[in-house]
Design a protein around this ligand. Structure first.
Ligand SMILES: C[S@@+](CC[C@H](N)C(=O)[O-])C[C@H]1O[C@@H](n2cnc3c(N)ncnc32)[C@H](O)[C@@H]1O
Length: 340
């Protein structure tokens, strides 16, 4: 089989070129070696804008075996996590330490099992800092961190290396979106690349959603996602700190019917801001990380304590466990009404 290789930095551009000219032999896998990515091509070609290297290589056609079968065939029973995320053409894997030296090979097996995936990355460390960003390393395929994926009928583009993301929250976002009543004024704090606001606007009919995000890169993608989902003026995107922006918003547009607080690690320190911005009988969706044994009581205690300090009371609606984030550690969403 003939493969056309280029330096990783040009791989994306070459892929576009090959797609455009119908040159890719789709039944064969893409592979990477050293600093180059090689695409299977149906014939030789030339283009002065690339430094091309053509190689003949006997590779089996793409397989129909599952990823875990391929891993088992190659490594036996090893603890490669069966859970992974696919965001369009990028797959995010967790590679256990003991298999790290085989990361590239595992990534190549993934590309075989999921032919539409072009890039496989591994997680390097946990979510960090104020922006809750995680580090990734490309282990196979094309070097690319910009993903585009579809969730609940919405299309999202984001750079996974520059902002928080979790496609596993799709059903939770829909759960919230479906609670939004016609003409509600919604405030989405910590809105990231805007998955919550856009899901709400696609599935319900609020009068407007105000979204506040601190990370400028996430804000940039939120603007783009607003455009590609054909959302109009009903979504107002603000790049800033909720502590600074919320009082200004309340002054200009008044209080909110519903407030979302998807910042489970430190969200409790923003409850005061949310209480100041919600209408009497308005609803707050507050996310928090809790150990198994603390669900839900510790969460309700934290909310009640903060409510007392803000001179409001809280009427509990429900709590929803929406994801395991560590050993016996869970993300929980508390839905409650605020009485002023
Ligand atoms: C857990 S992420 C959730 C992002 C998004 N809602 C989603 O579901 O993908 C929390 C977000 O809050 C942002 N953030 C942290 N502190 C903030 C603050 N004080 N004001 C506004 N945004 C903040 C972070 O940059 C991050 O994007």
């Amino acid at each position: 089989m003939l493969f056309a290789g280029v330096d990783k930095k040009d791989a994306q551009r070459l892929k576009k070129f090959l797609d455009k000219h119908g040159l890719i032999a789709h039944e064969y896998p893409v592979f990477s070696e050293d600093s180059k990515v090689f695409f299977p091509v149906i014939n030789n070609f030339s283009d002065d804008t690339f430094e091309l290297e053509f190689v003949e290589k006997e590779l089996p056609k793409k397989t129909t075996k599952s990823f875990s079968e391929l891993v088992k065939d190659r490594f036996g029973d090893v603890p490669v996590r069966k859970s992974f995320d696919i965001l369009g053409k990028i797959a995010v894997l967790e590679i256990p330490k003991e298999l790290d030296k085989h990361a590239h090979e595992i990534g190549e097996l993934f590309l075989k099992a999921y032919p539409h995936v072009e890039t496989v990355v591994k997680k390097v460390g946990a979510h960090e800092g104020e922006f809750r960003v995680q580090k990734f390393e490309v282990i196979a395929g094309m070097p690319n961190f910009e993903a585009e994926y579809v969730e609940n009928g919405c299309r999202f583009r984001l750079d996974i290396s520059k902002m928080y993301f979790s496609p596993r929250l799709g059903s939770e976002r829909l759960r919230i979106a479906k609670q939004v009543k016609p003409d509600e004024k919604v405030l989405a704090m910590f809105s990231g690349y805007s998955p919550y606001p856009i899901t709400i606007l696609k599935h319900s009919k609020p009068c407007c959603v105000y979204a506040i995000e601190l990370n400028p890169d996430a804000h940039k993608y939120a603007l783009l996602n607003k455009e590609i989902n054909h959302i109009g003026d009903e979504l107002k995107l603000i790049n800033g700190d909720v502590v600074v922006e919320v009082p200004k918003l309340v002054d200009s547009v008044g209080l909110f019917d519903r407030i979302l607080m998807p910042l489970p690690k430190t969200g409790n320190s923003f409850l005061k801001t949310a209480f100041s911005a919600v209408k009497d009988k308005g609803i707050i969706h507050f996310y928090y990380f809790l150990k198994e044994e603390d669900i839900p009581n510790k969460g309700w205690e934290i909310i009640s304590k903060e409510a007392e300090k803000s001179n409001v009371s809280v009427e509990r609606i429900s709590h929803t466990v929406c994801g395991q984030v560590g050993k016996r550690l869970y993300r929980v969403c508390f839905d409650f009404r605020v009485l002023k």
